[in-house]
Design a protein around this ligand. Structure first.
Ligand code: CA
Length: 235
């Protein structure tokens, strides 16, 4: 079986696409080049790649629309947007589409490779968290072994299974927009709360437990059109 990580390059400019494919395959990745979203949609039906390098200006659906669609399909796939110098894009716009990072054209291939490796490392960290058994979330600390939230004065609050599972997924995926559907699939408990707003209600509950001000959440943020993202405290 091919163990190499699969990177898909969506770029309509043939020379640019070939350059990226040659470079990335020399770096040990399995690569697929596609010229538009049509090909990407077809490929994703068969297999979800590890990472998609997405040009913003494409014929048909643009890169932003494709990123949003891809993020709804999978919370795990890594997405890096490739933007033209003329695009007035900031990090927020990139994150709202569900992208993990973006790189402006023209770019140094080594810079791109560094971004790719960093995004993949973060994603793989989700499987085996290096964060240790305790993760700071908002005003409290989640203890992954004892399955409790710890107050600043040391008091411990027990969590329901569904609250803990959700907090654990966030703790293992910091700074990563997680699609609402993907969260529902991943944390399960569907049989107990089989209605559309189940995830939003659960988020409201855990926000009350971890946020300093639940009305203005800073730890568990809403990513419009996608779902939610855990942002660890700054210091
Ligand atoms: Ca283009």
């Amino acid at each position: 079986m091919d163990k190499r990580q699969h990177i898909v390059v969506v770029e309509d400019e043939p020379a640019q696409r070939q350059l990226l494919l040659d470079y990335l395959s020399r770096q040990g990745f399995r690569v697929t080049g596609l010229e538009s979203g049509v090909g990407l949609r077809r490929l994703v039906e068969r297999e979800m790649p590890a990472l998609v390098l997405l040009d913003v200006n494409l014929p048909g659906e643009d890169g932003f629309a494709l990123a949003r669609w891809l993020r709804e399909k999978s919370g795990r796939v890594c997405i890096i947007m490739v933007t033209a110098a003329s695009d007035t894009i900031d990090r927020v716009v990139g994150l709202e589409t569900g992208a993990d990072d973006y790189i402006p054209k023209p770019f140094d291939p080594r810079e791109l490779l560094a971004r790719i490796k960093s995004v993949l490392r973060r994603a793989n960290g989700a499987v085996a968290p290096a964060a240790g058994p305790r993760v700071r979330m908002g005003r409290r600390i989640l203890d992954l072994e004892k399955r409790v939230l710890i107050e600043s004065d040391g008091r411990e609050e027990t969590l329901t299974a569904s609250e803990f599972d959700l907090l654990k997924v966030f703790a293992e995926n910091p700074n990563r927009p997680l699609a609402r559907d993907w969260l529902l699939e991943t944390v399960g408990h569907r049989e107990m709360e089989a209605f559309d707003r189940a995830m939003d209600l659960r988020i409201t509950r855990i926000r009350r437990k971890v946020e300093t001000d639940p009305a203005h959440p800073e730890a568990i943020r809403t990513v419009r059109g996608v779902g939610y993202m855990f942002v660890p405290p700054k210091d």
